[in-house]
Ligand binder design. Structure first.
Ligand code: ADP
Length: 686
């Protein structure tokens, strides 16, 4: 506008009608004004340019304007830098580019770039792209567009060095691929196979392998290699391959750019590398707990300047390989141990069953299925009560309750019902399984089929029953004859030995009768035929009487009775006498050196407790329950080879339990034992 205004004024003031200057003065004036106008325009131009420069210089992206150079056939062959901003040099790594051409600066710059810029200069079509520039060794994000007169063939380029981001992305992608590939692998050798191939492809190397270090050897199980190279999979003693020892000793990535020239190798190692065409390589030792576990090796047949990120990637790969190999190994070991365990469990002659706390079956072995005649799947869908014989439910539930509430293992003999309805006897050892909080989580049952033993036992009981019954009548007669004989003898007319022998015979007959009655009682108990004549009695009198009788049989022991006022109990006098005889005679028998025997009776809140204490050989802890079993005896020299058949305590406990009472023992070996039982006090309401 200023321009226009000045022009009009000059027309008005200095020009004549024919357009010529009217005077020199006015001419000079015009000249000065024109000069001023030019200066003003230059100032404006300068300001605008300065503003542009300021703008470009403040960009954090690189910016340059280039003139694209073409050959005669209009093929773009080079470009010249016309203008660059402040960060240009930092982003592109070229110093003083102005006025120079790219071919001058980097002759190996790829053709691709010249073609692209030529296309933009000719067509005016701008382009946005991310691309690798080999000569500059960088990745660029570029926006290029034509500027100025198309005839000038100038292109402006806005660009950013994204090498770090790109490498990070590539690394991430590689690690993702590696992880994906490794996730599904459970074989350590396969792991090595996959890793080496992936790393070889990604790093563009000629060979990649992972050696496992085991007992002084480097073992390469799988390797990846260029088609024209041989595999190096083998076992190498570390002592024969000093390069591996060198890597292990280095303890960190061992990087060789060029085996011909590196100072890292001595002559011997250099020769070795050259022979095996390992011209440049990165070897990563994997060291765990101060001992070497593996080495990952990536090798090229040409010199190579390994970048920091490549070394880092190899290190990361080595670490992941080790982890994956270890995991695969652990999984393999677990699988093997599971197979072993499965084989043992399934070949066991015992049935094995795992049940949840609700009684649901969780696991059965083959033998358990065979014992019950069910398929495994059928059992797993059932509650355990379906296979327990109904009469044993209550006993079973009580024992299981103890396991759940107190974590107590137990042993039980009970019956199972097979699928087709047959009943089998089993001996079950039931143990708790605890969770990691220490709570009972489930139970494992080891079950042995004892049906056959039970049948043999039944036959034995039957035999004992018949035999003792058949023996009872003749022996009773013999006892009577003996007593008659003893009464008939005129002691003065027979020699003294005769009388002594008769007395001994009668004593032996008494022992025999006792024995036969024990056997008879046992078979009665087994056949549930032990009958009781119950009546309310006071135990004090009975106890005193049996203490007195017991004392008659020994001169080495002193048997004392300590009683108190007792309430009555409901009892069979004869059976209770039998119990007391047994306990007192045991106290005498198992205290062979003599000493005190104390029989005590006391009333304890609704129960009467009777105990027999001796100071004899005592009973080891592990036998204290077993002595109440049929025919169980402790073979201990300290008892002085006492005679007996191990039925006394069994019968005693049965008698007491038929009286609704309990019998037990407390004992310390070499100090003595206290056998006791408790009976409920009799009340009128009973
Ligand atoms: P027996 O005396 O005929 O062997 P019992 O059933 O009476 O049969 O006893 C079983 C076992 O218990 C005995 O063999 C003995 O080892 C042990 N026993 C019983 N009473 C005592 C006791 N008072 N002191 C030590 N051991 C005993």
């Amino acid at each position: 506008m200023g321009n226009k205004g000045t022009g009009n004024e000059s027309a008005n003031r200095n020009e004549g009608t024919d357009g010529l200057p009217v005077s020199l003065e006015s001419c000079l004036l015009d000249l000065r004004q024109a000069e001023e106008t030019i200066r003003q325009q230059q100032r404006l131009l300068y300001q605008s340019e300065a503003q542009h420069n300021l703008l470009f210089d403040s960009l954090d992206e690189g910016f340059c304007t280039v003139e694209v150079l073409f050959d005669n056939a209009d093929q773009s062959i080079d470009y010249r830098f016309l203008k660059v901003n402040g960060v240009f040099e930092a982003q592109i790594g070229i110093e003083n580019p102005l006025g120079r051409t790219m071919r001058e600066i980097a002759p190996e710059h790829e053709q691709y770039w010249f073609e692209m810029l030529g296309r933009i200069a000719l067509t005016g079509k701008s382009q946005r792209l991310e691309h690798w520039a080999n000569a500059l060794e960088r990745f660029y994000d570029i926006y290029a567009f034509r500027v100025g007169d198309p005839m000038d063939r100038q292109v402006a380029i806005l660009f950013k060095d994204i090498t770090a981001r790109k490498r990070q992305e590539e690394l991430q992608a590689y690690l993702l691929r590696l992880n994906d590939a490794l996730r599904s692998l459970s074989d350590p050798i396969q792991v090595q196979d996959v890793v080496t191939h992936l790393a070889m492809e990604y790093l563009g190397v000629d060979r990649c392998y992972y050696c496992e270090i085991e007992e002084g050897n480097a073992i390469i199980r799988r390797d990846a290699f260029r088609a024209d190279l041989p595999s190096v999979a083998n076992v190498y003693p570390l002592s024969d391959f000093p390069i591996l020892s060198t890597v292990i000793n280095a303890g960190h990535p061992f990087v060789v750019f060029d085996a011909h020239t590196t100072e890292l190798l001595d002559d011997r190692l250099r020769q070795l590398c050259l022979q095996t065409q390992a011209i440049s390589f990165v070897d990563i030792p994997v060291i765990k707990d101060d001992s070497p576990c593996g080495i990952l090796c990536v090798t090229c047949c040409e010199p190579r300047k390994w970048r920091k990120e490549e070394i880092e990637l190899a290190r990361e790969t080595a670490e992941r390989t080790w982890i994956a190999v270890e995991q695969a190994r652990a999984a393999e070991a677990l699988r093997e141990s599971e197979e072993n365990y499965r084989a043992i469990v399934n070949q066991s002659i015992a049935g094995i069953l795992k049940i949840g706390l609700e009684g649901n079956m969780l696991f059965t072995n083959d033998q358990f299925c065979r014992m019950l005649g069910y398929e495994g799947a059928e059992l797993l869908a059932m509650h355990v009560n379906r296979i327990v014989y109904p009469e044993d439910h209550e006993r079973n539930a009580a024992a299981f309750h103890g396991l759940v509430s107190e974590g107590r293992a137990y042993e039980i003999e009970k019956r199972f019902v097979r699928k087709e309805g047959a009943i089998i006897w089993v001996n079950n050892h039931v143990s708790p399984i605890f969770n990691n909080k220490g709570e009972v989580d489930a139970a494992v049952i080891v079950s042995i089929d004892i049906t056959r033993q039970k049948e043999l036992e039944r036959q034995k009981d039957e035999f004992i029953g018949i035999a003792s019954h058949e023996l009872k009548t003749p022996i009773t007669s013999i006892k009577a004859y003996g007593q008659i004989l003893a009464a008939m003898i005129d002691q003065s007319s027979v020699p003294p030995t005769f009388t002594q022998l008769l007395a001994k015979m009668n004593a032996q007959i008494d022992r025999l009768i006792k024995l036969i009655y024990s056997l008879l009682n046992t078979s009665r108990i087994a056949g549930n035929q032990l009958t009781l004549q119950l009546e309310p009695i006071n135990l004090n009198g009975l106890l005193e009487e049996h203490v007195r009788q017991g004392q008659l049989t020994t001169s080495r022991h002193r048997i004392t009775f300590i009683g108190e006022e007792l309430p009555p109990v409901m009892a069979d006098v004869e059976r209770m006498g039998q119990v007391m005889d047994n306990l007192i005679s045991n106290a005498i028998k198992y205290a062979p050196k003599g000493g005190d025997v104390i029989v005590r009776a006391e009333s304890r809140g609704g129960r009467v407790r009777v105990s027999v204490r001796d100071f004899g050989v005592g009973i080891p802890k592990e036998a204290q329950e077993k002595i109440f079993d049929r025919f169980y005896r402790i073979n201990d020299a300290s008892a002085g080879g006492t005679s007996g058949i191990g039925l006394g305590l069994y019968i005693c406990r049965e008698i007491i339990s038929r009286h609704q009472g309990q019998m037990a023992v407390e004992s310390i070996p070499d100090e003595g034992s206290t056998f006791y039982f408790e009976l409920p006090v009799y009340t009128e309401r009973q």
